[in-house]
Design a protein around this ligand. Structure first.
Ligand code: NI
Length: 195
């Protein structure tokens, strides 16, 4: 499971749920959010989850100059490090919007681009039941599930997702753990652990 756009008002509750369910996740945080709420970012790290870069202000990187792309990513690396001591090893471009220039900057910054294989559409459908159904329906080995911890309904969907997928024999790891046996190449795009 991956959680984008936080930290937000429901991130603390999500961390409680993940701790109770002994599940690890990856948080693609905004640098601006990390600067605003460093305590939550630190807690994400302390509880064994992975912190990753989702830009500073959530702009489509493809609309920016090369220099601005680098600024968005670098400021976020620094904000996450200031909050948690961690220098993120992964990035996810907002809206999945990437191109050759974004790829080149990510490559230079040593950051693979992590997309997803299961889109819960949780930003659009604000019903925990529907979010959980979308997350679990297409579940497959190596799946990267996209969720947003800035929505209450998405956080409410996590207990049923954990229960259902556990029953199906799945485990919940961070993206870096998912790729532990296959080194990630800087700049390269990944959307699931099985491909
Ligand atoms: Ni996002």
């Amino acid at each position: 499971m991956t959680f984008d756009d936080g930290p937000g008002p429901y991130t603390g509750r999500l961390l409680d749920i993940l701790a109770a369910g002994k599940a690890r996740a990856t948080f693609f945080v905004l640098g601006s959010g990390a600067a605003r709420d460093p305590a939550t970012v630190r807690r994400i790290r302390q509880e064994g989850h992975e912190l990753a870069n989702h830009t500073y202000t959530h702009v489509p990187l493809t609309s920016l100059s090369t220099r601005e792309i680098q600024g968005q990513l670098m400021k976020t690396q620094q904000a996450v490090q200031a909050a948690s001591g961690v220098w993120p090893r992964l990035m996810r471009p907002p809206y999945g919007a990437t191109d050759k220039r974004v790829t080149r900057v990510a490559q230079r910054m040593n950051l693979p681009q992590i997309l997803w294989s299961i889109d819960t559409m949780d930003w659009r459908v604000r019903k925990a039941k529907s979010v959980a159904a979308r997350a679990t329906q297409g579940a497959h080995s190596g799946a990267i599930i996209l969720l947003h911890d800035i929505h209450r309904t998405s956080v409410e969907a996590v207990p049923p997702i954990l229960n259902q997928l556990r029953r199906g024999g799945f485990t919940f790891v961070s993206v870096s753990e998912l790729y532990a046996n296959k080194p990630l190449a800087p700049g390269k795009r990944y959307s699931s652990g099985s491909g």
